[in-house]
Design a protein around this ligand. Structure first.
Ligand code: SF4
Length: 54
């Protein structure tokens, strides 16, 4: 589990990979939950996150 700065709570590594893939345009945004999408700058936060390139 890692602490995701978008939602400020622990998430599974697998969930992180999916969010990163959406952020990078590899998967459609509709797979994400509202908790992520309602953060307007979630892509910016994800790109700057230390786990983004893991
Ligand atoms: S890389 Fe993105 S999805 Fe993964 S923990 Fe960081 S902000 Fe969250």
């Amino acid at each position: 589990m890692i602490k995701c700065p978008i939602i400020e709570r622990e998430i599974d590594i697998g969930d992180c990979v999916v969010i990163v893939d959406v952020c990078d345009g590899a998967i459609k945004e509709r797979v994400l939950g509202r908790d992520i999408l309602e953060k307007k700058n979630w892509r910016e936060i994800c790109r700057a996150c230390e786990y983004h390139d893991n």
